[in-house]
Design a protein around this ligand. Structure first.
Ligand SMILES: [Zn+2]
Length: 404
């Protein structure tokens, strides 16, 4: 099983410059190779140049240009030529199928953001200072760059990549992991209901709270965004020092919130997968369609709609939550898969208004956000627990239908 990892790098000033030059030179190589293919294609002979021929010239190019092209890893340069080859293969494939695709284009140096190293140890070395507490990755021509390794890398590292995103530099790894042993069955099944007050409620009446610092960080993010919105919209290079700081702060807080959510999601998913053979959850796609606030028609202007208060109020918290649940379910599904557990998505319609005791379905069963109180039999419970129980039931029905 191949897994990808992405870590922020902390290059020194000198390393940052070298990384920039590495991208610049790989970009020049890409464009040069593209030029050569263009010229050949336009020539009356319609010669086509292949990757093999271009790769064979690399040695010479490096010898001619020791200051630039000669500095970098041979293998990473081959990877760049191969990337061009792929662009051409896609182009010709589309021509063949009758499309009129655009001819592969030259890349501006700001649009060229990645360099690939096809093999760890060849022009690069992941964890190049294993005795040091700080993780580093070494790149030929750049040196040992510090890495923010926020989680462990499992298995053997195969490929290494450098990626620039704005002012940040990332190292991208792929590692090959042995197939995990499926966990032994526990005989337990569970349903979960993802909420706002709590991250989720389960069908056993337990709750998983939201990440401890999540709300605090979200509040800070909101005020940082407000602060940012007070600056005029101007081009990046015309922003004042304070404006730049405000932009930076919003970005930092976004990343912080995202990281906290991610850690929390991993932990929650792991607990569920360890303890249960089957986990049923609401299908988020259906839920978003069903639970979106209905538009209010404007009584004064037929055909027009009033601004929808519910949507505005839900605002930031809702969008963070929605994104968080999506990420959580992706993590849950992948962990369950490798552990041999079953995850079932069910239609969430009526899960919050069906009585688990008597089966009575009514919107009035849920007098408030938290409370479930059946108008038929009088059953009382936390509304999210009821939702989770109904989700589990629907999940078991689906599983039995599938097996039967
Ligand atoms: Zn009832």
């Amino acid at each position: 099983m191949i897994r990808a990892y992405k870590f922020l790098m902390r290059p020194t000033v000198g390393q940052t410059q070298a990384l920039g030059e590495m991208l610049r030179d790989h970009c020049a190589l890409y464009n040069g190779a593209l030029q050569e293919r263009r010229d050949a294609y336009r020539h009356v002979s319609r010669t086509s140049i292949k990757y093999r021929q271009q790769s064979a010239q690399l040695k010479e190019i490096r010898a001619f240009d020791p200051e630039c092209q000669g500095r970098w890893s041979f293998s990473s340069q081959q990877a760049t030529l191969r990337r061009l080859d792929k662009a051409f293969a896609a182009f010709f494939r589309r021509v063949k199928s009758g499309d009129t695709p655009g001819y592969p284009r030259f890349r501006g140096v700001n649009r060229f953001d990645t360099v690939d190293f096809p093999k760890d140890g060849d022009g690069c070395r992941w964890d190049s200072t294993p005795h040091d507490r700080t993780t580093r990755v070494r790149f030929q021509g750049v040196g040992h760059v510090k890495v923010n390794q926020h989680r462990p890398v499992v298995g053997k590292v195969r490929t290494v990549g450098v990626k620039r995103e704005g002012k940040r530099w990332y190292v991208i790894l792929t590692a090959e992991q042995a197939e995990p042993e499926p966990l032994s069955p526990t005989g337990s099944v569970i349903g979960i209901d993802m909420g706002i007050a709590n991250f989720l409620a389960d069908s056993n009446g337990e709750f998983v709270p939201n990440p401890r610092h999540g709300r605090q960080a979200a509040a800070k993010l909101e005020s940082a965004q407000q602060a940012l919105s007070r600056f005029p919209r101007v081009r990046r290079d015309r922003r004042t020092k304070n404006h730049q700081k405000a932009v930076q702060r919003v970005g930092d807080l976004h990343r912080k919130v995202r990281r906290q959510r991610l850690d929390h999601a991993h932990k929650t998913a792991l607990d569920l997968v360890r303890a249960h053979d089957l986990i049923a959850h609401e299908d988020l796609r259906i839920r978003n369609m069903v639970k979106a606030p209905a538009p209010k028609p404007d009584p004064d202007r037929p055909g027009a709609f009033l601004p929808n208060g519910a949507a505005a109020k839900a605002g930031l918290n809702k969008s963070i939550n929605d994104a968080g649940w999506g990420v959580f379910l992706t993590i849950l599904t992948s962990k369950a898969e490798s552990a041999g557990r079953e995850v079932i998505a069910v239609d969430p319609r009526n899960t919050s208004r069906t009585c688990p005791k008597c089966g009575h379905v009514a919107a009035e069963n849920r007098p408030s956000q938290d409370i479930f109180h059946c108008v038929s039999c009088g059953h009382r419970a936390h509304a999210d627990t009821v939702g989770a129980i109904n989700v589990l039931r629907a999940g078991l029905v689906r599983r039995d239908a599938r097996q039967g």
